[in-house]
Ligand binder design. Structure first.
Ligand code: G6P
Length: 610
């Protein structure tokens, strides 16, 4: 996980450029940070435990001028998050500095043999071996050559950047399993984990593929494989604005992202609905109608919130297209020799497109001959590139660690997929048109729910001191219950459990007393009459009931302690609306408990370790 950024070019202000870029990568990890720049043939470097702002404070008063440098924000995997283990790491003579995102799996073996040759190590990290290996092969003239030789010996994942004070106008980058993007400016290059870090300087980018390297000097760059074969690069233009990744007046990124949902859902359906025939088009799937008709089984893989979206995909696709769907945690799927019979279509769903378990699961499915598609937000991400086709959710950059807008866009896209597959099977054009109409109303309905945020804030005021919450739902609203509970856990460190409402009586009911807030997702859908019984069971045990139900359903006002109304829609689309109050509830409770909403402890936005 970790974020890396490097600069080489005409500007003499490298320190400032790196620190600004690093701030935009902070979502990738934030337990320690550091930077190294080359100045008059010397390596100037500083690192610190803690967040980037601490690094900035430590650097006050430093001369940060120069044309070449690298920086890093860390999420620890090997060695605790302290100053010594923070990146950059150096060779024995402090000629070379290196930042790394990923894990060097065979580092202990390499470390032992380097120690036997006299190399002295300072940190407990896997990364430091890379700096010493490069030193071993370095002739002080050709850094890229030494990096190549070092990488030949390494097993594991890396997105890395290396500089040397002996070659003060050169930066070398390499990628295997961790993202690296090159920003191509005017006599300057920025190389980073994510475009967000370089967007201020250029929109022209190149995504490195696995096993590729880049060597850049202020006026030139080359891409090649780590075996030194020339690689043709394709420059892509980014159309995200910098403002899109700023907070836009909101107190936190998470709140901004919650409020962006009318727009992001609109983007997810834009250009994809065909009103006349009640159909949808998902061109990126790259599958003919015949191929789509031949799909016999679907497997959806994901982690965290994306896994919850996948569960909703199961409900939607099975109901509308009558195709059997299996949803698996990517981390389980990849190690259990899954059966991939003919006619199976696999979807890997991931906001970042970089989650290592999801990527490995995708590769596993591919290796078994399955056709694999991605449902990603980040364009050009590894999962998107390694899939045969797929659907972008177009939610824009999501910075808050807890996923919100990506979730609603994911389920919107899955509803489109259900429509596409359903129309080829048992959905009539009339039913297709009804679905389209309902989908088109969703963005405005989302806005309406967001207008009630003050009401949800009031409820949060009453309950933010509670340390246990139960979330219940039936049918498609069960995954919504899981997602609501996850949001609360992630950002407010409150214990919360999501449960199928009817299963409550097989265990969690024992927890219910007057101190237990129970959030019940119960729109007036096909499961409503059944869930009424479960609401009564909670009430009989004096649990505090917060009900999320459809507008006009006033009967719950008497039964529940609090009722939050959401607009009416089709049964299978209720989850898109029902999750919004839960996102807001989690957000306000976290703020009231004084938690760091955008960067919750122990979590990271993009999990690139298994
Ligand atoms: C991390 C994040 C979650 C996210 C999960 C999967 O755990 O904290 O918010 O849902 O990774 O991420 P992905 O990018 O694959 O959707």
């Amino acid at each position: 996980m970790c974020g890396i950024i490097g600069y080489v070019g005409k500007s003499n202000n490298v320190g400032q450029i790196l620190l600004e870029g690093l701030k935009r990568l902070e979502y990738r990890g934030y337990d320690s940070a550091g930077l190294a720049i080359v100045q008059d043939g010397n390596l100037v470097t500083e690192k610190t435990a803690g967040k980037i702002v601490k690094l900035m404070e430590n650097l006050k008063g430093y001369d940060l001028s120069g044309h070449l440098g690298i920086a890093h924000t860390r999420w620890a995997t090997h060695g605790e998050p302290n100053r010594i283990n923070a990146h950059p790491h150096y060779d024995s003579n402090m000629n070379i500095a290196l930042v790394h995102n990923g894990i060097i799996e065979n580092y202990l073996t390499i470390k032992k043999s380097l120690e036997a040759e006299g190399h002295k190590f300072k940190s407990q990290t896997d990364t430091e071996v890379l700096a010493h290996l490069i030193e071993k092969f370095y002739d002080n003239r050709n850094l890229e050559d030494a990096v190549q030789k070092a990488l030949e010996m390494v097993e594991g994942t890396y997105g890395l950047l290396v500089i040397s004070k002996v070659e003060p106008y050169k930066i070398v980058g390499a990628r295997n399993g961790s993202p690296v993007v090159i920003g191509v400016g005017d006599d300057e290059y920025l190389i980073a984990s994510d475009v967000a870090a370089i967007l201020k300087h250029t929109r022209q980018v190149i995504y490195l593929e696995d096993q590729q390297m880049v060597v850049a000097t202020p006026d030139h760059f080359n891409t090649m494989t780590i075996e030194n074969e020339y690689v043709e690069h394709e420059i892509q233009k980014i159309d995200w604005d910098l403002e899109m990744i700023e907070k836009g007046g909101f107190e936190h990124f998470m709140l901004k992202e919650i409020f962006e949902q009318p727009e992001t859902i609109r983007n997810a359906i834009r250009g994809r609905l065909i009103t006349e025939t009640g159909h949808a088009r998902l061109g990126g799937l790259n599958l003919s109608d015949l191929e789509l008709r031949e799909v016999r089984r679907i497997v959806i893989l994901g982690c965290g919130t994306s896994w919850h979206a996948a569960l909703l995909g199961e409900y939607m696709i099975e109901e509308k297209a009558r195709i059997p769907v299996e949803v698996e945690y990517a981390s389980e799927f990849r190690y259990r020799n899954p059966i991939m019979e003919e006619g199976t279509l696999v979807f890997a769903i991931s906001q970042s497109g970089e989650t290592v378990d999801t990527l490995a699961a995708l590769r596993e499915a591919k290796s078994k001959g399955a056709r694999c598609m991605g449902i990603c937000n980040v364009v050009g991400s590894t999962i998107a590139r390694e899939s045969e086709g797929g659907v972008y959710i177009h939610a824009g950059p999501e910075i808050g660690v807890a996923s919100t807008k990506a979730f609603t866009s994911q389920i919107t896209v899955l509803s489109l997929l259900a429509l596409v597959l359903g129309r080829m099977r048992n959905i009539s054009s009339e039913e297709g048109q009804i679905i389209i109409k309902a989908l088109e109303m969703i963005p405005d309905q989302v806005s309406k729910i967001l207008e009630t945020s003050d009401r949800i804030k009031e409820i949060a005021e009453q309950y933010h001191h509670h340390n246990n919450f139960l979330y219940l739902g039936r049918g498609a609203n069960y995954p919504v219950a899981l997602e609501g509970a996850l949001k609360l856990k992630e950002i407010s460190y409150v214990h919360a459990e999501g449960y199928p409402a009817a299963e409550m009586k097989h265990g969690p009911i024992a927890l219910i007393d007057e101190n237990m807030p129970v959030v019940i997702i119960c729109p007036r859908d096909a499961a409503y009459q059944k869930i009424l019984g479960n609401i009564n069971e909670v009430k009989a045990r004096k649990g505090k009931i917060m009900a999320i139900t459809s507008e006009g359903n006033d009967e719950l006002i008497k039964m529940a302690d609090h009722v939050i109304f959401i607009p009416q829609t089709l049964d299978f689309l209720y989850p898109i609306l029902a999750v919004l109050p839960l996102q807001l509830l989690a957000y306000y409770i976290a703020v009231m408990r004084g938690c760091h909403v955008d960067q919750p402890r122990n979590l990271a936005k993009s999990v690139t370790v298994e």
